[in-house]
Design a protein around this ligand. Structure first.
Ligand code: MG
Ligand code: MG
Length: 274
């Protein structure tokens, strides 16, 4: 079966440059939100900051109106035992909370999608570790991606990183994904599994890699709002995501403000965004 049969969208270098514009806006919006997280702020206020920033830079918040029932926010704001898809609103953040913020924007028809987990004030050391492990797993996924490799090379690297660092839960019901002219495209990018399977990693493919990791169980429930995904055992969770692509030089992290250059250099991985 060819990539066309599976609906995988292969972008030209010019189209990837357009995705970079959308990705950078998402990255900058998330940095603005990171600086805005503090005790006393509501998730709804963070949502307003995100929407203003996206629209004032010529973007459209891709989450707003997405799905059924239509998602009401421009960000997902998932606090403590909420893993992903939390609806922003009246909830007031307090010291010791953990908030995962997922953000997507469309610029000129092209999508960017990324997420960060941010501590509110001081959080306990186990939660700091959870965030480090989850973010590290995402970067391990980028480091494992090679042109000519397979999608589950990323999955395997993400899982291996998490397993090497402790007894955590990795969500299996939600995955990373292809991205381009739509936010969610084939192929899925699971956060676990054996390497060497799935779609071939080729130039022009863009993927969102997004490990969702908990302090306990991998099992989740959907809250009564029909959106918020919470852990079944009440354990707290972290979620990191970036949209990336591969060039012949290496990975290029489209939603990182610097394209991922600094972090990749730290890991000894060539930077693909030159
Ligand atoms: Mg996302
Ligand atoms: Mg995503």
């Amino acid at each position: 079966m060819s990539w066309r049969d599976r609906g995988i969208e292969i972008k030209t270098p010019e189209q990837i440059e357009k995705m970079r514009v959308a990705g950078r806006l998402v990255g900058e919006t998330l940095e603005l939100l990171r600086r805005s997280v503090r005790s006393g702020v509501t998730t709804g206020e963070l949502d307003a900051i995100a929407e203003d920033n996206i629209r004032s830079h010529g973007g459209i918040p891709s989450f707003k109106g997405y799905g059924h029932p239509p998602f009401p926010g421009s960000i997902c704001a998932s606090v403590d035992d909420e893993v992903v898809h939390g609806i922003p609103g009246e909830r007031v953040l307090a010291d010791g909370d953990l908030i995962s913020i997922d953000c997507g924007a469309i610029v000129d028809g092209w999508h960017g999608d990324a997420a960060i987990t941010v501590p509110v004030g001081e959080v306990n050391a186990d939660l700091v570790r959870l965030m480090e492990v989850t973010e590290g797993a995402m970067w391990a996924g980028f480091a494992a991606a090679r042109l000519g490799g397979r999608v589950t090379d990323i999955s395997h690297a993400v899982e291996s990183h998490v397993r090497a660092h402790g007894d955590y839960g990795i969500l299996e019901d939600y995955t990373g994904h292809g991205i381009g002219t739509a936010m969610h495209q084939p192929p899925n990018v699971p956060n676990y599994g054996r390497p060497g399977r799935g779609a071939r990693l080729e130039r022009g493919l863009a993927l969102a890699v997004e490990p969702m990791v908990t302090m306990g169980s991998k099992h989740t429930l959907i809250a009564e709002d029909d959106w918020t995904i919470v852990t079944a055992d009440g354990s707290w969770a972290a979620h990191f995501e970036h949209t990336f692509t591969l060039t012949p030089e290496g990975p290029w992290i489209l939603t990182a403000i610097d394209g991922g250059e600094a972090k990749l250099a730290e890991m000894g991985i060539p930077f693909g965004g030159r």
